[in-house]
Structure formats: C-alpha cells, structure tokens
Design a protein around this ligand. Structure first.
Ligand SMILES: *Cc1c(COP(=O)(O)O)cnc(C)c1O
Length: 412
C-alpha cells in the first residue's frame, strides 16, 4: 500500500514521545536529521546557563566549587549517565574530549596486559580514535601495533596475542551496529580487554555495558545526548579495573588527595583517577540539561520510534526516488543498525547542499555518503514525509546541479 502524508500525521498523533519535542528549541520550518552530529538545544539550557553564569560564577565565584557542587559534577553526571548505558554508580565520569579519553582508556588497558602488543581497531572508524591510538603507540615506544579489521572481520582478528580491542559500537558513516556482547566475549576469551566507543549509541539505543561485561567505554555527549557544542565526553571503567589500570595523564584531579598538594602523583583508586584537571563548568552544566531530558524518556520507546522513523525513511526513498541512484549502505536488519540512515550517491555532496538549502539538514561524509540521523525526542514522523518530499522536488527538477551547491566549507 502506498503511504501518504496523512499516515505520518496519524503516527505522530499516537506517538508517546511527541511531547518531548516541546522541550527543544526547533527553528521554524527546520527538519533536522543531524542530531547525531550536534544535538538540538534544550529550551531549559538558556535558563540554566544564565544561572550558572550570573549566580554561580558572577556572584558566588570560588564558593561555587563547593556550594554549587562544581568539583563533583563530573561524578554526579557520570552516575546519571550510568543509568543510560547499563553501568553502576561510581563507574562513569565526565572529562575532556572523546579522543583524549580513548588515549587514556587504551593506555590503561594496555597496562593490564603489558606483555601483549596488538590492538584491534576498525580501520574505517571515525578517524580520531585510530589517530589517538597511533599517537599513544608512538609515545609508548614499546612496539605496539594496530591490527585493523572491518565489519565482519573483527572476531577473526581477535587472537591470543591481542591486548586490547577498541571498537565503535555504531559506525559513524554507515550506521552499522556491532554485537557488543559477542565481540566482548571473544575479546575476553583470548585474555584481552575491551574498550567500546559509544559516540553513536549512547542516547540512540539501549546500551548494556555490564550486561556485556565490558571493561572500558567512552562516548560523546554533544550528539544524541544534546549536551551542547563541545560538551565533555564520558568514560566508563568497570569496577574490577579501577585501582588496577592507571591512566597516564596524571593530573591533580585524579590524585588521591588533590587538595593535599603533595609533590608526587598518587593515583586515586576509583573512577576519579580518569579525570585529569579542571573542567569547563558551564559546558558541564549544559550537558546535564540534555541528560536530564533523556532520563525522563523510556529508552525502549526511543529505540522503537528510531527504528520506525528509519524504516519509513528508507521505504519512502525507495518508493518515491527509486530511479535516482540512492544506494542504501546502512544495514536494514534492526539488530545491525544504530539510529541513522546513509545512502551513497554520486552527486551526494551537491544534493545534500540543495537539501540543506530547503531546510532539511543532514550531512555528507566523503567520498559519497549522504547521512541522516534520527533523534526520536524531537524528530516527528511527518518530518520524514516532508523531507523526502523536498528531496523528490530537488531531484525531479535537477535543482541540485548548480555551482552554489558544489563549494565545500571547512566543516561538512
Ligand atoms: C564524534 C566522534 C568522536 C569525537 O571526538 P572528539 O575528540 O570529541 O572531537 C570520536 N570518535 C567517534 C567514533 C565519534 O563518532
């Protein structure tokens, strides 16, 4: 049966997550399928920013480290995040950027397996993870190497000379989802440690770190979790590895007694050792606003809606834009994908620019991927219909084929 716009309106009417859209600032007429790159701004962010800046900083100044709980915010937010990713209290902390945390976690994991030299990673992963581990290997100077494997090759790459397996749960470009439980089980079977990157899965689907017996994990908060541009990353360290795996960026925030001001470093034996130094408090406060919205939503409903939005988007593209050379690269099986849909298209860059000019925001990833992220808290079903409708217009009229859509900015 052919779908109509009315079918999508009916789905919105029955959508239990629909009220959450009111909690976000959605610019007029904008259809935003890029919350996997930068999440939308929660309306409550403005009032909270005003409070942190005017009251906590402006008036209370240094007192706020205690009075407003600034010093413990990294753990408080970690404990909140823990409930979203299947971790326990005391196993998650906010700090720094994802790349820096990949460095810290892989270094800590390597300390537990000093005799082994191989780190398994996905070569096509978002490159900063690989770059950071390459930098770490150079810094260590002990002959470590990365064994790159692609989707489908990873289990075979995990042999008994492997120290660490560091894989991103959902692939940033294709959206394929790895089997965390299976890969972690194989990792531990050969005596290696697992480091999972949750940048495209935390807030996108239910993650169960302890249920999969994961050793370490890291993730982003400015994508699905709506923490604001450049908001801090988070780290998970399983209780059993705390006090055992010491991360190498040994700043005072990870010292056993930060206000003892001792000469020499003495590591804390808990999650706080993974912290390095003073964090941007205003940004942390914004992260909390985004996170608090998630804690009120049901992750199973989020996943259900996400899959449905993606299924409908794929179906409409295939039905209405069949002849235009959009080839789906995201796996169609539900247990094999995250919350995005990617198509390859020869003129993908220009088509995406034309679509953005028509107020449908997705993004482009070289060489030919058009990427659409679906964030169920503020994306509606009718958004999906309208987006495909605008794309169909662009294709029918060939209006993407203009010089103005072919110049590339520094961020795609
Ligand atoms: C978005 C993303 C990052 C971001 O890294 P930063 O250091 O925070 O800039 C890292 N890794 C993956 C897999 C990502 O998707």
């Amino acid at each position: 049966m052919t779908l109509t716009r009315e079918d999508f309106i009916a789905l919105d009417d029955q959508d239990v997550l629909a009220p959450f859209a009111d909690e976000f600032h959605i610019p007029d007429g904008l259809i935003y399928f890029d919350g996997n790159s930068l999440g939308m701004m929660p309306k409550a962010a403005m009032a909270r920013a005003k409070e942190v800046i005017e009251q906590e900083w402006g008036t209370d100044l240094i007192k706020s480290w205690n009075k407003a709980g600034w010093f413990n915010l990294v753990e408080k937010l970690g404990d909140k995040m823990a409930t979203l990713i299947g971790a326990n209290k005391g196993e998650v902390i906010y700090a720094d950027s994802t790349g820096l945390n990949v460095y810290k976690l892989v270094a800590a994991a390597l300390e537990i397996r000093p005799e082994r030299k191989v780190i398994v990673m996905e070569g096509s992963n978002f490159p900063t993870d690989n770059y950071m581990v390459q930098g770490l290997i150079k810094q260590l100077g002990r002959g470590h190497e990365i064994r790159f494997a692609e989707d489908g090759e990873i289990l075979d790459a995990i042999t008994d000379d492997v120290a660490v397996v560091c894989i991103t749960h959902v692939h940033y470009k294709t959206g394929h989802l790895h089997d965390m439980k299976k890969i972690t089980a194989k990792t531990q079977e050969v005596g290696a440690l697992s480091v999972w990157d949750l940048c495209h899965s935390a807030g996108a689907l239910a993650v169960d770190l302890n249920g999969s017996n994961v050793d370490f994990a890291v993730g982003c908060t400015y994508k699905y979790l709506n923490g604001g541009p450049g908001s801090q990353s988070f780290m998970f360290v399983a209780k059993r590895n705390q006090g055992k795996a010491v991360q190498p960026l040994t700043g005072w925030w990870g010292h056993a007694a930060p206000f003892g001001f001792e000469r020499d470093y003495r590591p804390r034996e808990d999650i706080r050792q993974f912290s390095t130094g003073t964090e941007p408090v205003v940004s942390l406060a914004m992260s909390e606003v985004g996170l608090d919205i998630f804690l009120r939503a049901d992750m199973n409903e989020i996943r259900k809606k996400s899959l449905k939005l993606c299924d409908l988007f794929i179906q409409l593209i295939e039905e209405r834009l069949g002849g235009y050379g959009f080839d789906i690269v995201t796996p169609k099986e539900h247990d094999r994908r995250g919350s995005q849909v990617s198509f390859s298209s020869e003129n993908g860059f220009a088509i995406m620019q034309a679509l953005i000019a028509a107020d449908v925001v997705g993004d482009f990833r070289a060489p030919d991927i058009m990427r659409f992220g679906f964030t169920p808290l503020y994306v509606s079903y009718v958004n999906v219909w309208d987006a495909v409708d605008r794309l169909k217009n662009i294709m029918d009229q060939g209006s993407w084929d203009k010089p103005e859509f072919k110049t590339q900015g520094s961020v795609t």
